[in-house]
Design a protein around this ligand. Structure first.
Ligand code: NAD
Length: 494
């Protein structure tokens, strides 16, 4: 494919301000999920490489100027990175297509929002309350009466181990990079083995900004041992991970040995509750969206569609009609494509196992379930709709992370809330109703970190994160900044 040739590149890692190969010299090929052809290679780091990067970040924090750099300088550098991303936006776009299989439909989140987010954190470097005055207190002691003053000061959290995922690779990396830099932390990124090249392109952009060596390091590789080293090394103060619940649990367990601060952004099994039933033509595309938007590979996608029992059959038919008529499957580099590939063959196989389990456990397959016949290469799957799904079977309880949606009928509003909350996850949710006030009341009963009502959008400055097993901590705005600081009480006799 033309595009794959254009992108073919071997990138190096960024450790202590230098571009380096893995110490073993090993590299690994990164495939384009739409073609299965290699688009380039990334260094396959060893645990020694990771230890070197941690050492560099530790030195940059303990002995370097960055933690004490003025807020103005931090803002300037964050804006310089945003400018660099803007300048190289088309390269970023081509890589997110070729490496993550991301269709144009996703590019606002993939490309535009991360640039806005960098600028947002540049502003927060200037406006965040690093220092808050405490009201004066009078105290009595043997020495007499004294007036005490104080501040709450927020120091940078220290050396951060940052493990982002591959699905929205720039977005997830920048959500960590922005607040970590704005608060004065130093850091080591260990990108997903499935998304190294776009992270290394971002590293090139960061390297052009005026940062001291060792403040930001990128270590790429296939083995989970590299990430495990980052989590267990006592020189690291904090871990922020975006990925699956299973890995999140392992990280928390390993981080406990050195009592690291742990921030986890994990998976979801979010609901969309449709309350009105007289506008099914309008809502069918929204109900079907996880089957085509980034092939269902999003953490907060509304993969459980809850619909009043009496409207179930009609809505399902309209979803099927929409998907058959509108959802063009194929090359994500073609702007008219709705549904691209899933990221790897092994992910496709796992999704297919879920589809089989849905059939066996009594859900009705209304559409899809197989591989598109006309696409012989690439990790494609048909958009798949299950209906009449009981909420207690695997396809309703477990995160599939593929183009599969489960339609679940409900009797009344209370049952809808019970079904929504009958999940170990708690990331996202949606309520669709003409009665916004009713939607807000229902949202307050849903145990998830975000609820969208109708077409409400995520605010970049509002907290994003999970209840229950969907995670610990919040990203976004000042809430994200808080995660990268340690609070300190400084008090004195006035
Ligand atoms: P994953 O759990 O497979 O994570 C893979 C990463 O974890 C790799 O970088 C790997 O090196 C590392 N890793 C593996 N074992 C480790 C260990 N023992 N210790 C430390 N690190 C280890 O997840 P994934 O496939 O990369 O991501 C998909 C998941 O991410 C989905 O569940 C999705 O919902 C979630 N996600 C969440 C958000 C959010 O904001 N909440 C955003 C995007 C994706």
């Amino acid at each position: 494919m033309e595009q794959a040739r254009v992108l073919a590149a071997s990138r190096r890692m960024f450790i202590d301000g230098k571009w380096v190969e893995a110490s073993s010299g090993a590299t690994y090929a990164v495939p384009n999920p739409a073609t299965e052809e290699s688009i380039g290679t990334a260094p396959d780091a060893t645990t020694d490489d990771m230890k070197r990067a941690i050492g560099a970040a530790r030195r940059a924090f303990d002995d370097g100027p960055w933690p004490r750099t003025s807020h103005q300088d931090r803002a300037r550098i964050l804006n310089a990175i945003a400018d660099g991303m803007e300048r190289r936006k088309e390269e970023l776009r081509q890589l997110v297509i070729a490496e993550a299989g991301a269709t144009y439909l996703t590019h606002d989140i993939q490309i535009e929002q991360p640039i806005n987010m960098m600028r947002h954190y540049a502003r927060l470097a200037l406006t965040f309350d690093f220092e808050e005055p405490l009201p004066a207190r009078v105290s009595e002691s043997m020495l007499g009466t004294q007036v005490n003053s104080g501040i709450v000061y927020r120091q940078p959290a220290g050396v951060c181990g940052l493990i982002p995922t591959w699905n929205f690779p720039l977005f997830v990396t920048v959500q960590k990079l922005g607040p970590a830099l704005a608060t004065g932390c130093t850091m080591v990124f260990k990108p997903s083995p499935w998304g190294p090249l776009i992270n290394l392109l971002l590293a090139e952009i960061i390297a052009e900004a005026d940062l001291p060596p060792g403040v930001v390091n990128f270590v790429t590789g296939q083995a989970s041992a590299i990430a495990e080293t980052l989590v267990s090394d006592p020189r690291v103060d904090k871990i922020s991970f975006t990925g699956s619940v299973a890995t999140g649990k392992k990280i928390m367990e390993a981080a406990a040995r050195t009592l690291k601060r742990v921030h986890l952004e994990l998976g979801g099994k979010s609901v969309a509750i449709f309350l009105d039933t007289d506008n099914l033509d309008m809502i069918a595309p929204q109900a079907a969206s996880p089957t085509f938007f980034h092939a269902g590979q999003g953490c907060a996608m509304t993969t459980r569609v809850l619909i009043p029992r009496e409207a179930h059959d009609t809505l399902v038919q309209k979803m099927v009609d929409f998907v058959k008529g509108m959802v063009k499957i194929g090359d994500p580099a073609d702007p008219s494509t709705f549904l691209g590939p899933v990221v790897r063959a092994e992910r496709r196989q796992k999704i297919e196992e879920y589809i089989e389990s849905g059939k066996k456990e009594g859900a009705v397959l209304a559409h899809g379930g197989g591989r598109p016949k006309d696409l012989r290469r690439g990790y494609f799957l048909e958009p798949t709709i299950f209906c009449a799904v009981p909420n207690n079977i695997r396809i309703a309880q477990e995160e599939i992370f593929g183009p599969v949606v489960a339609v679940i009928p409900f009797k009344d509003q209370d049952e809808a809330i019970r079904i929504a909350n009958d999940s170990t996850y708690g990331l996202g949710g949606m309520v669709l109703t003409r009665d916004t006030a009713r939607g807000i009341e229902l949202a307050k009963r849903i145990r998830t970190g975000v609820v969208w009502i109708n077409n409400g959008i995520n605010f970049l400055d509002a907290p994003f994160g999970g209840f229950k097993e969907s995670g610990i901590g919040r990203e976004g705005g000042r809430f994200g900044m808080e995660e990268y600081t340690e609070m300190q009480q400084i008090v004195w006799k006035a």
